[in-house]
Design a protein around this ligand. Structure first.
Ligand SMILES: Nc1nc2c(ncn2[C@@H]2O[C@H](COP(=O)(O)OP(=O)(O)OP(=O)(O)O)[C@@H](O)[C@H]2O)c(=O)[nH]1
Ligand SMILES: [Mg+2]
Length: 280
């Protein structure tokens, strides 16, 4: 079982709870490929009556069919969800209208009390590497929040003016202390939410091969020109043979693992959704 809980994550969670009091609405980013594994049940608990919108990032990397299924599933649970792609700027223009809609009552009440109109204060939360900084940069139109391709880049919080009607708080990623399901840990590892150095790549990759054999038949075959019905370990060997990944006549597993991981993350195996429901 992968265990990961660096000190700054605990601190970030405490800070997040304090900042929660300052905002009108919370935008929770989830990764469209793992909308449940990247969803943080703790945040929802702490929100109480505060509106909450789920933004599923990297939706262009996820399986379109599953984006639609997840959209319906979240709606069933009364969770407002919007599939976005920050890099392709897909659906970003729907975020502010959605916030205004969710806060309709509050805005109306403040107006009735004679309060001056003010920008909505929102907060972006989400697990590491889910795309918080990228989204904020896109919304603000220039590089303000720091973006990196490694988890845990953003370590301090700051307000950012997004629009005349919206102020946003950038927060560091929050990951819950313990993944109580092995599958969740694998999904977080595959998508890059947890650092490559801290999980056992062999377990993750063997899991992924089984997943691909079952859910995306033909993909491994097409990419690596191998018989994908082979036993998992044999698949690794075949790929090593095809790519000539050897070191001192031994199979260089590390290179095979990295190849598969990079191929998944760079869409060379197609658009893939890892999280499923109804045993599908
Ligand atoms: N394709 C695609 N890639 C994205 C999207 N959003 C973010 N990324 C990529 O995901 C990686 C992480 O993005 P960041 O914005 O740094 O993520 P973060 O949540 O701020 O990460 P931390 O600060 O480390 O917690 C970067 O390589 C981004 O280019 C998206 O909507 N689509
Ligand atoms: Mg960041």
């Amino acid at each position: 079982m992968i265990q990961w809980y660096p000190g700054h994550m605990a601190k970030a969670q405490k800070e997040m709870e304090e900042k929660l009091k300052l905002v009108d609405i919370v935008l929770e980013l989830v990764d469209a490929r793992i909308p449940i594994s990247s969803f943080n049940p703790i945040i929802k608990e702490k929100l109480k009556d505060k509106p909450h919108i789920v933004l599923a990032t990297k939706s262009n990397m996820a399986d379109e069919h599953w984006n639609n299924l997840w959209q319906l599933e979240f709606a069933k649970n009364n969770d407002s969800i919007l599939f976005i792609d920050s890099i392709k700027r897909q659906n970003l223009n729907k975020i502010i209208p959605l916030c205004k809609l969710a806060l309709q009552e509050k805005i109306k009440k403040e107006k009735e009390k004679g309060m001056k109109e003010r920008p909505i204060r929102a907060m972006v939360v989400g697990i590491p590497n889910v795309g918080k900084s990228t989204l904020i940069n896109q919304l603000v139109g220039k590089k303000t929040a720091f973006v990196g391709d490694k988890p845990g880049v953003t370590k301090s919080q700051q307000w950012i003016k997004i629009h005349k009607d919206l102020d946003l708080l950038d927060t560091p990623g929050v990951l819950w202390p313990k993944f109580d399901e092995q599958k969740v840990a694998y999904h977080l590892a595959l998508t890059g939410a947890i650092k490559d150095q801290i999980f056992h790549k062999d377990d993750v990759i063997l899991y992924f091969i089984s997943f691909m054999q079952e859910k995306y038949p033909g993909s491994l075959n097409q990419r690596y020109q191998i018989d994908e019905h082979l036993e998992k370990l044999e698949i690794l060997h075949e790929i090593a043979r095809a790519k000539n990944f050897y070191q001192k006549n031994e199979i260089d597993y590390e290179r095979v693992f990295d190849l598969i991981l990079n191929d998944f993350r760079s869409l060379k195996l197609g658009r893939i959704t890892l999280d499923r429901f109804n045993n599908e």
